[in-house]
Design a protein around this ligand. Sequence first.
Ligand code: DGY
Length: 326
Amino acid sequence: MKPFVYITRKVPDAIVSRLSASYQVEAWTEEDKAVPREILLEKAAVADALLTVISDVIDNELLSRAGRLKVVANMAVGFDNIDLEAASRHGVAICNTPDVLTDTTADLAFALLLATARRMTEASEFVKEGKWTSWAPMMLVGTDVHHKKIGIVGMGKIGTAVAKRAAGFDMEILYHNRKRHEVAEEMLGAQYRSFDALLQESDFVICLAPLNDDTRGMFQRKHFQKMKKEAIFINASRGPIINEQALIDALEAGDIAAAGLDVFDKEPIGADHPFLTMKNVVALPHIGSASRETRLAMMETCCDNIEAVFDQRPPKTLVNKDVLQF
Ligand code: DGY
């Protein structure tokens, strides 16, 4: 019997066809609705492989019921939706999709910074709503990006790619990271700072750190209060790194000037979320890696990893390396 692969979202036909050449494949087919938890549990119970996305919770409950499951190919660089320790205990390989999305996500993060600084979404709405009746010297003025100080929290691959873009804008690059990044220091002139010093000195603070036990809730109200009043905060990593209520309070109180957010505590955010009525917030629906080329490359990486596991080869981007002995 062919291994059964369950894909938890609607994906292009080419991906289903590629996997169908070797496996029995079924995919969730609704574009606008995530697979309900009960169905995910039901499919996981009989699947040999799952191709998942970041909103699918792969926890001990699911893994305990998934007696045949060998691999979860998560279509993201992040894997905070997965209980890694439980996966290793159950002998399930967890794979992610790093590298292929680095530049695309950095492009979006930097575009979000530009859009927030130059009030681009607000200006676009202004034109579309027919409010543009004259040209005025101070109409929709924003703040400069070039020659300002950017503070990058999380200098991994995406952080470094954002730093490269910032260097092209003649920005001074500060960063805070678990470890010093000698290459970024030498090649881009990036300067290491303590978290507090980075918050105090930066004109733009951009969060690109992964979500884990160390970073969850890393930004509280006191951290926004340490930033400059004109500072702009950008988050393109994971919502729960920020205490969202603290950010709302900070924006309302004028502790900082604006925020550009691609990620939120709970996604999608509700229709009554306070961010939706704040003019100084640019909100995007978690589209960091959403270019056609990159999303396809991420899905192909998931297929490579699934095939590797069934061919008994080491998957290229295995996260829980303790699980498989090849
Ligand atoms: C990732 O890869 O972790 C992104 O957030 C999903 O697009």
